[in-house]
Design a protein around this ligand. Structure first.
Ligand SMILES: [Zn+2]
Length: 299
């Protein structure tokens, strides 16, 4: 990634704009908390330089969830600062420690094809020293309110500090929603609830993991709800008796999603599976088995 300068959001909260937004919260004693470390060592280096520019040393990394693009910089930062404490939600922590699990789950639990093991989907492993859930924590003299925003990832969290929400993938920025009409999600019911948590967080500004910060959470949360509801309707409409891959193809056609590579195919199949699970719980679709073939129907 190109080097980016930290953008100040409040007296002590900064974020580094990029393909993945990372954040730095300046604490006491010349130390700072890193929130998400980005895709790889380039992101890690960028965070180290930002710390140097601000005259601080990272004391802790909080990973909001275990998608490779949010914790891939951990390993670099740990090599530079071996005393760093890494914090992450349970379940996600297991994947951060064993990142091969991400391509494995994207390939139905089997040994994944090589295309799924690039650094985009499989980061360098990192220890997680402390597992955290909803509540309040203090690191480097900074108090964080930890919000459970599970849904995009199974145990996604967001961090409220001062009047800023470091939301990571709890919601997406406008440009991301415009580009990805089938936004990635692993638990759609929880994802919809998470948008309400973001909306009700009462902050002045919220930074998504991808896209620009929002100062209008009413509108941003609403846009995310609309996108997920549109995707749910498209997947429901795509259930005309075919298998999961037929549903994926039909839904992508309805949503104008063009899949041109194997990683994106598997990410979209995972998301469609999350929608099928959600819609089945809602009683909107049903599954049947026919001569060894799973078929999805409108209920
Ligand atoms: Zn993510």
């Amino acid at each position: 990634m190109a080097r980016t300068e930290p953008v100040q959001l409040s007296e002590r909260v900064y974020y580094l704009p990029g393909g993945v937004n990372c954040a730095l919260v300046v604490g006491e004693g010349g130390r700072a908390v890193v929130v998400d470390s980005g895709q790889d060592k380039d992101y890690g280096r960028n965070l180290r330089r930002a710390c140097e520019a601000l005259g601080v040393v990272p004391g802790a990394i909080i990973n909001t969830h275990a998608h490779a693009d949010h914790f891939g910089g951990n390993a670099y930062l740990l090599r530079q600062f071996p005393d760093l404490e890494v914090l992450a939600p349970p379940f996600e922590a297991s994947i951060i420690r064993a990142p091969y699990l991400e391509p494995v789950y994207l390939f139905h639990g089997a040994r994944p094809i090589a295309e799924l093991t690039s650094k985009w989907l499989q980061a360098e492993p990192s220890p997680v020293h402390t597992e955290i859930g909803a509540g309040s924590i203090e690191r480097c003299g900074v108090r964080f309110e930890v919000l459970d925003t599970s849904g995009h990832a199974h145990r996604q969290l967001a961090l409220k500090v001062d009047d800023v929400l470091l939301a990571a993938d709890s919601f997406f920025g406008d440009a991301v929603l415009d580009r990805y009409t089938l936004p990635f999600g692993q638990d759609i019911g929880n994802q919809l609830a998470a948008f309400e948590t973001v909306r009700a967080s009462g902050v002045r500004v919220a930074v998504p993991g991808h896209g620009d910060p929002s100062e209008d959470l009413e509108r941003s949360a609403g846009a995310n709800v609309s996108a997920v509801q549109a995707a749910a309707d498209a997947v429901a409409g795509a259930c005309t008796g075919g298998g999961s891959e037929d549903v994926l193809a039909n839904a992508c056609q309805a949503l104008a999603v063009d899949i041109t590579d194997l990683p994106r195919y598997h990410l979209n199949l995972c998301t469609v599976s999350a929608y099928l699970s959600y819609l089945r719980d809602q009683g909107r679709v049903r599954a049947s088995l026919d001569a060894g073939r799973l078929r999805w129907h409108a209920a």
